[in-house]
Design a protein around this ligand. Sequence first.
Ligand code: DX5
Ligand code: ZN
Length: 214
Amino acid sequence: MIKIAPSILAADPLNLERDVRTAEKAGCDWIHVDVMDAHFVPNLAYSADTVRRLSQVTQLPLDVHLMMDHPETMVDAFLDAGASCLTIHAEADSDITALLAGIRKRGRMAGLALKPGTPLEAVHPYLELTDLVLMMTVEPGFGGQKLDPRVISKIRGLKDAGYTGEIEADGGIREDNLEMLVMNGLSVAVMGTALFGQKDMAECIRRLHGIKNE
Ligand code: DX5
Ligand code: ZN
């Protein structure tokens, strides 16, 4: 069954606890926290303190996505704060191997993310060190964008290469394009605007969980 990870980037920043509790009650599987450094992407979002407070108000795994040039500066802070999965970008200016190994050493899921324009080959050297590969389906930085269909072949390619970790996508995912992503091997869907805009999130999650994996 596809896992749904609501992105709090699309939640009400003045009512995060309320929106996270709504998502948990609605049957969402993970909470996706977009962290941005205003350098790797032209936006700024969420601190480790926010993740620490979130870990006190939800039982859901916190799936933290570091959109940062130098994630090594914050990996320990987000692990200390309670991140269950911590994802760094393959395009970051860091020692990817050491960071992924360090995340796993602390018993958490190590994730590696690719921007839409980065070829799938960029993750090949690291696949053994990851528990999750995150395929950005929009240019990272902002919610509410349109899914980039070019990324579907990267999801398919990773699946066909026999990758056994989680395959996650993030950006522009809606009810009307999720089935096609699942058919191509997606196992975790990050959804922001399409979820927090729902009148009845639980009904929506029931429909999404009903989508058959391939
Ligand atoms: C981009 C962000 C968005 C957000 C979800 O950096 O990561 O992808 O999580 O966006 P929407 O609102 O399109 O689901
Ligand atoms: Zn994200």
